[in-house]
Design a protein around this ligand. Structure first.
Ligand code: IPM
Ligand code: MG
Length: 358
């Protein structure tokens, strides 16, 4: 049956970068026999402007019916003063929760052509290939109770709840172990078990789950040390598995090791490999509409979609090779530009990838 992709450009540069990723899908359809249907819908700030909700029911219905979602980014200055319940970010968090996309895969790979773009010395990062597996539908992002209350003395108090059940920990652990089995067979579970009971349980359950994966070497690390190790000696890691908030923070850190956050794709999967695919960077409202953003993270997200949801690994590889080839041709958007390379726009980069695919 023909697979359905829901395209959600979102806000800011989301519009421009998703347009380039759609060119890549068009090319696969026209020239390489990819059998998919694409539909478009609104999410985030643009959806709020249109209907008063960052996740309209119509978008959610289409999202449920789709096999895969391609998302640009959400958010922008314009919506920052809105009530937190209708901010663009709620659109994204709502999709993750409603579709139960609990497994967030964030690879941090250094392209050798970009070794000089990293702020770390090239010997520290060259050959870097880490997979961060972030729990995405639980933890402090979703825990109840939450809010801001007024105490008896009239002072306000903000509160959130960090909560994980055994089954939530086990299922994300299993994803991490299965991915490690296809890589270097090492998983580092990141927690704060010395302070937080919730992550003490996290550590216990990970240790238990590891017994079902005897070929995988499991280690544990406190999150503060993990942040330090990521900038000190990042190549020690293969797969890292961690909570929603720790994963949010560590994945930005890992992304920057590779030189530009503009290069990194991500996948958010449910239990049946339905997925939402998006670049890990945000909507960059400061450069939106200028045709200078890097579309490669979004294009590489299409490759992840082909691999994890659409089961077309050869097409995924075709995209990844094309990205390598445009980098070899020394084409660079502004974020990864360096001396001796040619600076190209968002749309020129997309066109170059399509040309290299053919
Ligand atoms: C991310 C983003 C989101 C998150 C925001 C936009 C809600 O930072 O995907 O990493 O915190 O999960
Ligand atoms: Mg983040």
């Amino acid at each position: 049956m023909v697979k359905k992709i829901l395209v959600l450009p979102g806000d800011g540069i989301g519009q421009e970068i998703v347009a380039e990723a759609v060119k890549v899908i068009d090319c696969l359809q026209a020239d390489f026999g990819l059998d998919v249907e694409m539909e478009h819908a609104l999410v985030g700030g643009t959806a709020y402007d249109d209907s008063g909700s960052p996740l309209p029911q119509s978008t959610l219905d289409l999202a449920r019916a789709a096999d895969a979602l391609l998302l640009g980014a959400v958010g922008g200055y314009k919506w920052e003063s809105l009530d937190i319940a209708v901010r663009p970010e709620k659109g994204l968090l709502g999709l993750r929760a409603e579709l139960e996309l609990f497994a967030n895969l964030r690879p941090a790979i250094l392209y050798p052509q970009l070794a000089d773009a990293s702020t770390l010395r090239s010997e520290v990062v060259s050959g870097l290939d880490i997979m961060i597996v972030r729990e995405l539908t639980g933890g402090i992002y979703f825990g109840q109770p939450r809010g801001v209350r007024t105490l008896d003395n009239g002072e306000k108090q903000g509160y959130n709840t960090l909560v994980y059940s055994e089954s939530e920990i086990r299922r994300i652990g299993k994803v991490a172990f299965d991915i490690a089995a296809k890589r270097d067979s090492r998983v580092c579970s990141v927690d704060k078990a010395n302070v937080l009971e919730c992550t003490e349980l996290w550590r216990e359950v990970m240790t238990e789950e590891a017994k079902a994966h005897p070929d995988i070497e499991l280690s544990h690390m406190y999150v503060d040390n993990a942040a330090m190790q990521l900038v000190r000696a990042p190549k020690q890691f293969d797969v890292m598995v961690t909570t929603n908030m720790f994963g949010d923070i560590l994945s930005d850190c890992a992304a920057m090791l590779t030189g530009s956050i503009g290069m990194l794709p991500s996948a958010s999967l449910d239990a049946n490999s339905k997925g939402m695919y998006e670049p890990i960077h945000g909507s960059a409202p400061d450069i939106a509409g200028q045709n200078i953003a890097n579309p490669l993270a979004t294009i590489l997200s299409v490759a992840m979609m082909l691999r994890y949801t659409l089961d077309e690994p050869a097409m995924a590889e075709r995209i990844e090779k094309a990205v390598n080839s445009v980098l070899d041709q020394k084409l660079r958007t502004a974020d990864i530009h360096s001396e001796g390379c040619r600076k190209v726009s968002t749309s020129e980069m997309g066109d170059a990838v399509v040309a290299a695919m053919r």
